[in-house]
Design a protein around this ligand. Structure first.
Ligand code: CDP
Ligand code: CDP
Length: 223
């Protein structure tokens, strides 16, 4: 059984998907990290991000790795561990630009389906239920108000010692959501057969419990 979790930035996808995967002893796959790693490399090499061909060739000629180490997913660009570097606001915005290119998404789709072949995966992203794993048994569309999503990111950054401007964060999140929902190829959209979970005002525990219940019901009905 595969589980697809999609939704806008800061909805809680990676936190919740990791917890669900741990509970069910499934493999967690963060597809956003793959777009982030590519964006990181584009910035690092100072390639013009508007050049789809150059970005696509860069992906073709290099390797992105998702590796489990000490119970955590680490992200590699070839041999370089970029796990921490890919979380900057600059990489976030650039990731949503490279993710709008059809030739990039085509390659990512192949890589992601390959990763899902191991079975029993929880995969999170924007187009998992609609394109990457259209046959996933459980599909969740996780959301929350943009204000709450910005507040979550703000708290997360503050806990890491970085003070940011909440209004600015909300603006950045809304800009990325707009780009992700309006692009032509595989835009962010709730799959017709996905369950909508609005997490506004919900704690992480409540969201995880709710999703585990949905998985349990689906598992039961599949028997
Ligand atoms: O992966 P995505 O961008 O959807 O969100 P995330 O990185 O999992 O979550 C963003 C932040 O919101 C993290 O700091 C989570 O701990 C927090 N969060 C929360 O406070 N309440 C929730 N129900 C879900 C996530
Ligand atoms: O954690 P957060 O929701 O902020 O972002 P992410 O999941 O790490 O994804 C970063 C960017 O990659 C998104 O803004 C999307 O543009 C892109 N992405 C995508 O297009 N398709 C996916 N399956 C995953 C991410």
């Amino acid at each position: 059984m595969n589980i697809a979790i999609d939704g806008p930035a800061g909805a809680g996808k990676s936190t919740v998907a990791q917890r669900v995967a741990r509970q069910l002893e499934y493999v967690y796959i963060d597809t956003g990290a793959m777009y982030r790693a590519l964006a990181w490399a584009v910035l690092q090499k100072q390639l013009p991000i508007s050049d789809e061909n150059a970005v696509s060739e860069l992906l073709k000629n290099n390797k992105i790795g998702l590796v489990r180490q000490a119970g955590q997913q680490r992200v590699f660009w070839n041999e370089i561990d970029v796990t921490d570097q890919i979380r900057s606001p600059e990489v976030s915005q650039s990731a949503s630009i490279v993710a709008s290119y059809g030739s990039v998404r085509e390659q990512m789709l192949v890589l992601q389906r390959e990763l899902a072949k191991q079975g029993n995966v929880v995969m999170d992203g924007r187009d998992i239920g609609t394109h990457v794993l259209p046959d996933a048994k459980v599909k969740i569309f996780l959301t929350a108000s943009s204000r709450e999503r910005a507040e979550r990111r703000w708290r997360e950054l503050r806990e890491k010692g970085t003070e940011t401007d909440l209004a600015e964060l909300q603006k950045e999140i809304e800009e990325r959501d707009r780009r992700d929902t309006q692009r032509e190829v595989a835009p962010l959209r709730q799959a017709d057969d996905a369950v909508l979970v609005d997490t506004t005002g919900m704690t992480i525990d409540q969201v995880v419990d709710h999703i585990l219940q949905i998985c349990e019901r689906t598992g039961e009905s599949a028997k």
